[in-house]
Design a protein around this ligand. Sequence first.
Ligand SMILES: Cc1ncc(COP(=O)(O)O)c(C=O)c1O
Length: 435
Amino acid sequence: MSTAAIHAGWRADDAHGAVVPPVYATSAYAHESHASLRDLFARRCDGFAYSRSGNPTTAVLERRITALEGGIGAIAVASGQAATTIALLALLEPGSHLVASSLLYGGTTEFLDDTLADLGVTTTVVDPADLTALAAAITEDTRAVLVESIANPGAQLVDLPAIAEIAHARDVPVVVDSTLASPALYRPGEHGADLVVHSATKYLSGHGTTIAGLIVDTGRFDPRRCPARWTRLTTRNRRFGVTFADDYERGCSGLLAYARAKYVTDLGATLPAASAQQILVGIETLDLRMRAHSTTAADLAARLHGADGVERVSHPTIPGRPDAPLARRDFPRGTSGVFSLELAGGEAAAAAFCDALELWTLAVNVGDARSLVCHPGTTTHSHLTEAQRLACGVTPGTVRLSVGLEDVEDLWEDLRRGLAAVAALPAADEAAPVP
Ligand SMILES: Cc1ncc(COP(=O)(O)O)c(C=O)c1O
């Protein structure tokens, strides 16, 4: 993993011997002949024509994440949100059905509930730990099951082999948002995922500088097994003049070729080359960082568990967590730096806690080298209904922590400052009545 993170997809064989993949800041690519550009547009050869649909720097990132996830191909796009959107649009069409985990990033739930519903796709939301409900939710129209490998913000883990067995028995592909795990902790393709999506904004970047997204085809999905179900891939596409499923004959992803040709191009959700380079630099230290994030987070979770004012710590290592066996079986390298805690005093306690912190930054991001804190109920999950928030474990007292790479004692000292501010709040029956 650590070797591939530095070398996969790039050798210093550029015209000038550049050691680090250079930023190809170009909109278009010059071709020697009319035939060359014509053949590229006719999809008779590979190459670059225009950077909206492909760029050499971005292509290095695509090869690197393909290697890290052990897949057959990848597409880099403008954000994690674009990755989820494009992956699902490539699988779903008006009238089709999605089974989605109740434990998803708030922005994903909003997309399913609003924009995807506008496009005529219905979604059934299930607790991913309830395998009976998941099996019952799959219908003849289901075209994907969507889960997060480590859920944001409660760090709940999924039993992916069990979910994939149920979905694959009905020929339904499984899409896994593995943003919080990153391939350094967990490779969903080894546990049954068909597609993996990442917000590369988070751990893959690692330094909070860049918005980016990735979609990886793990090589399990093959539309030729059910050609009538996936006619968009298995029949000749009028617009592009090819049958995308033919790409599988040469070990490439027909689904991603379709997604790039149609959705990346039409929606224009292109990742800038400079952003791709930032993510590539971040990935070089991914393995080291993920171990440090995970170790410090588990340490702080243990210290917060049972602390005054803390009702619950949501981390897989906390005694009684139902996913503890999954953590041991599938996540031996840790479960990242993200977890949440529930303060007994609700939103007032969460506000006092966040406002008292000096080292932790109040910001709605995760996976940064800096430790970050936020209140999901009024930010990342604020546009959901109360029932949706409760289903993913977000209550008024929930605070999300994204543990960075600082010294654990400094982080703990600051968290104690936050807990002291909570303890100093007047008791609920002494507090001034809300006007
Ligand atoms: C698990 C998860 N998936 C997807 C996204 C969306 O990614 P981006 O912000 O890069 O669009 C986020 C953002 O917080 C996330 O946490």
